[in-house]
Design a protein around this ligand. Sequence first.
Ligand code: AMP
Ligand code: ZN
Length: 492
Amino acid sequence: MPLRLFNTLTGQSEDLVPMDGKAIRMYACGPTVYDYGHIGNFRTFLQIDVLRRTLQLLGVPVHHVMNITDVDDKIIRNAAAQGIPIGEYTAPFERAFFEDLDTLKIQRPEQFARATEHIAHMVELIQELANAGAAYQTEDGSWYFRLAAFPEYGKLSKKDLSGIEDGARVDVDEYEKDSARDFALWKAAKPGETSWDTPIGRGRPGWHIECSAMAMEYLGESFDLHGGGEDLMFPHHENEIAQSETVTHKQFVRHWMHVRFLLVDGRKMSKSEGNFFTLRDLLLKGYKASAIRLALISVPYRHQLNFTFDGLTEATNAIDRLRTFHQRLIQANLAPGSNPAIQAASEIAQAGYLAALSDDLNTASARAPIFDLIRAANTAIDQGQFFANDREVVLSVLSSFDRVFDVIEDGDAEPTRRALGWAKQAGRETDIAPELLARESLTDEAIDALIAERTQAKRQRNFARADEIRKHLADIGIVIEDSKDGVRWKRK
Ligand code: AMP
Ligand code: ZN
């Protein structure tokens, strides 16, 4: 079954199949490492992760490249303010970005590319544009792309650009929606600024040329897919197309994927609006990494998602159901054989799941049949109508679910501990939720000891003390389950 994916360029859903018959070559615009990313940024990276994992699930290999923008106006300004080289300024944020990817279980692309390590290639591309008459130098030594040299400009965002004044320029990387202008390819160095000495002068690259150069370096002049957040469609991706196709006379990218925004109260989550949460903010509030992942991917990428804490709680509960069921399946004592109804339900769930993901990565519809199957299986187990072969097929449906969603296996303790360690180092202790602090300060051994004390108290009919211990643990999010085989506990 091929993946059908909406293509911004054609405005239609199309099969995504490798141009070279081997692997999907894809490029996703990565972070600008001037600060910690917010969860809006990570929603986009998560949806790209859903794309690559779905392709793999469908048996299609991927070769995925992501850039790291480690030089831009903000980076230069902030590094200068601290009196340190830009590399020293960006290093901790780049490290934090990789850590956050791990926290969210976002698979690493096959290739990362730092802008500062590809300056020579960018310069070559600008020279080729100049040779083609599409780039010109201004008096201050900067280079601009001549929009008039690329008549197809606007084909991605479908903008009507008939009113543009020839030669009007803009020299910032991010600009307003309707200001299509000749844009900067290379910015001449101002005194004291970080810059590179190159055949086209001393300066630094613009953001747009960065992606054209690195994408073509690793993926070739034409490749399958390019993705990013919806704000990148114009001007960033439009500019990438103009730069690349002017030089190669080939289609730069066949398929464009744009992830709709994460909103807060109807407005884009962004640094400038000040309405953002970083991943660390949420971990310190006591939310699990897996719940953040699930909440951000469960609304399909072509829908905007309004961020709420209720959404995180819903995801937390859904994960609880998945994990509890998974545990139950593994531990259940089952007779040999199979129940035809469960076998059929598993097949339906698996088919529904794959069909939904293949239909433009519809993660919401993909979840539904999995939870239907869990309901049916739980009932069958309760009624003694669930057998060893049923366990096999249901486990295999869950494992295929987890190849994309990746929330059943519990890896939540480590990121939370890491966030706590970071908060202490960064002087952010006051942001840690008291419940989380209390829960994490109790070691497993200390919890075992309290539980042993409770069991002892019950035996001595000291129910007041036993209840007190249960309540104390519950208050800090540790749940006790009494069963035939003794007492089990888990961190909520
Ligand atoms: P940046 O680090 O600002 O270059 O952004 C990294 C990625 O996050 C880009 O693909 C942006 O389009 C995307 N992005 C920024 N804000 C949001 C948001 N609120 N929701 C979803 N994606 C976003
Ligand atoms: Zn880019």
